[in-house]
Every structure is written in C-alpha cells, then in structure tokens.
Design a protein around this ligand. Sequence first.
Ligand code: NDP
Length: 243
Amino acid sequence: MVTPQQKVVLITGASSGIGEATARVLAKEGARVVLGARRTDRLEAITNDIRQGGGTAIFQALDVADPQSVKRFVEFAQGEYGRVDVLFNNAGIMPLSPMSALKTDEWNDIIDVNIKGVLNGIAAVLPIMEAQGSGQIINTASTGAHAVGGNCGVYCASKYAVRAISEGLRQETDNIRVTVISPGVTTTELGHDITDPGAAELLQELRGSSLSPQAIANAVLFAISQPAEVDVNEMIVRTVASH
Ligand code: NDP
C-alpha cells in the first residue's frame, strides 16, 4: 500500500468523534491534516495534541452549511500547503424524530449540513483537484444510507443523497477518487441534538453495540493509502454483532 505520507487531508467535523479520530490516525501516519468545525476551542486542543505527538496539523473555523466558509477553509489549506489531496467530507448532524412531530426546522438543518455541506465541500475542492490532475473525496454516509428505520427518515434521506452524489461524481471523473464510508453505530457525540424523547431512547438502544471512531478512521486510512489508480468506492463498517 502507498503510505499517506505528506498527503494534505482536509477533514470537516474534526472537533469530535470520527473526524477527530481520523485526524489523529492520519497525522500519525504522516499526513498533513487540516481540521475544520465550528467549535474552534476543540480544534485548537486537538491540533496542539497532534503537533506535540510530532504530527503536522492546522485548523480553521468552518460551517459546512455556508459555502463561503467552506471556500475559505479550502483556500486556507491550499495557501498553507499548496495542494489539496483529500477532502474527508465528514461533518454531520442527526436530530432524529418521527415525521409526525413535524420538526421542520430540524429537517432543514439536516439537509443544510448533511447534504448541502457535502456539496459545498465538493464545489470548493473540485476545481483544485481537477487542476492538480488528482485528488480524493471521501464522503461519510451511514448504514442508514442502505436501509431506513423509524424516526430516521430525514436523516437516512440525507445519507442516501450522499451516496447518490458520490456515485454521480465518481462516474464523471477519470482522475479524482471518490469514496463513501458508511459507518454503523459508532460511539461519538452524534445525536446530542435529538429533541424528541422517543428518538433519544432509540439511540440509546442502538448504542448497545457500537464501534469506536478509530475503526472508521482506519477505514479512511485504508482508502487513502491505495495506489493512485485504485479507487475504493464504498465501505460499510459496523460491529460484528450488527444485524
Ligand atoms: P460527532 O457529533 O461526534 O461529530 C460531528 C462533527 O460534525 C463535529 O465535529 C461537529 O463539529 C461537526 N459539525 C456539525 N455541524 C457542522 C457544521 N455546520 N459545520 C461544520 N462542522 C459541523 O458525530 P460523528 O463523529 O459520529 O459524526 C461524523 C459523521 O459520521 C456524520 O456525518 C455522521 O452522520 C456520520 N455517522 C455517524 C455514525 C455514528 O453512529 N456515530 C453512524 C453513521 C454515520 P462542531 O459542532 O464543532 O461544528
């Protein structure tokens, strides 16, 4: 396998969970990681930690729902390192609820972050990667992008969209690798924003069998470590006890 040494990897949603774990794992392998999220205090602490461990990391405030913010984040990375090898489009939210609760603001938030956020990332890096003649876009979907459950309709719709967008992009390019990672239930802060009591209870039950975020980080490492002509398109990663 090619090592990710020196690759410039932009990670959205790097302030906790899967994004944080991926930043740490990739930096350990020699990648130059660029961390983005809204909670900059967290980003600063993680970045300092990575640097103290000998890794190379920078961070910038990022709201993926805002195209200008995403553009600034990518320009920041390019300005610092001169290139963009990988975008890990990972930021996401999961305020689950039954449709009948009519939490329409939360539906819109899911669409803004989980779908438009991914599109904003693609729009910001695609011209750079095309000019470079290479690059890789890794989008975080979910096992909820493969099957829909109650309370999860809008969230799953957003993740089905991530898979559709990724496949559409993949078919259009000969030199940019496109990867979708679909994690099963993973122990992170995801769902902290659930306001519906029944949905909160459901998440607690699901977390009974749950992966560590490092397991997903290792899948990202695998995808970016392949030789340039090898495009790992989809990975589902879940616990052996998931059904
Ligand atoms: P966390 O809640 O721990 O992390 C989510 C990250 O997204 C945080 O860093 C958060 O940072 C960031 N984020 C949220 N909104 C925005 C925004 N508008 N702009 C920028 N960053 C934002 O959860 P996970 O690590 O689990 O989630 C990562 C991805 O994995 C998501 O796409 C999620 O849907 C997906 N996933 C997770 C699963 C799980 O069981 N945990 C299963 C399947 C998929 P901040 O608040 O600082 O902006």
